[in-house]
Design a protein. Structure first.
Length: 200
């Protein structure tokens, strides 16, 4: 997988030009709050429209302001895990996982076992801890079979033990060959993932 972009992000008084090219299995975006890391992920997945520029995934244009190309998020083949998980509160864990329509029931069960959430399948999101919700969100995203996985500080708000456990799981996923763009404030997380580091 190769990701190449050269865009201007502008929202309110915030404006930033960002150029990036990576073919690394895991790329970590590191920088202080307000540097544009989350906005960049939102632009790549298609939730934010850049003011100008291009975004290419494997040389396929996802966004090109000059050519008026803006591929809808659902057609980009990109999965994103948000800080807060964004699980559907009205659906059980199993139903949240089943929302990834590309997954068969057997795949859901296998993924739940791998992520250590099999005992949670009948629970509601409000009854999950932060670490459990993070595992469910990651599992749901992987079940959609993305060609690129974006993770926006998935360890934020977790205690040290849960952070370590989920980071180990993400490192394991990285060995599966799913390319990742990983946002963090903590360079030690990037080192643990063997990531190429880009500083904003």
């Amino acid at each position: 997988m190769s990701l190449t972009l050269d865009i201007r992000l502008a929202r309110g008084t915030f404006a930033r030009d960002i150029a990036l090219a990576t073919a690394a299995p895991v790329t970590a975006l590191v920088g202080p709050s307000g540097s544009g890391k989350t906005s960049l992920l939102h632009a790549i997945v298609g939730l934010v429209r850049p003011a100008r520029g291009t975004i290419l995934l494997d040389d396929e244009p996802l966004f090109d302001s000059a050519r008026r190309i803006d591929v809808p998020p659902e057609r980009r083949g990109i999965g994103m895990v948000f800080q807060d998980g964004r699980l559907f509160p009205h659906l059980s864990v199993r139903a949240n996982l089943a929302y990834a329509r590309r997954a068969a029931f057997t795949e859901i069960d296998a993924m739940a076992e791998r992520m250590g959430i099999a005992p949670l399948l009948d629970r509601w999101p409000r009854h999950l801890s932060g670490g459990e919700a993070g595992r469910v969100a990651l599992a749901r995203t992987l079940l959609a079979k993305p060609r690129l996985l974006l993770l926006d500080e998935p360890l934020a708000h977790l205690d040290a033990d849960r952070r370590a456990s989920l980071l180990d799981l993400i490192a394991d996923v990285a060995t599966d060959g799913v390319p990742m763009l990983y946002v963090t404030h903590d360079r030690t997380e990037a080192v643990r993932l063997g990531a190429a580091v880009v500083t904003l």
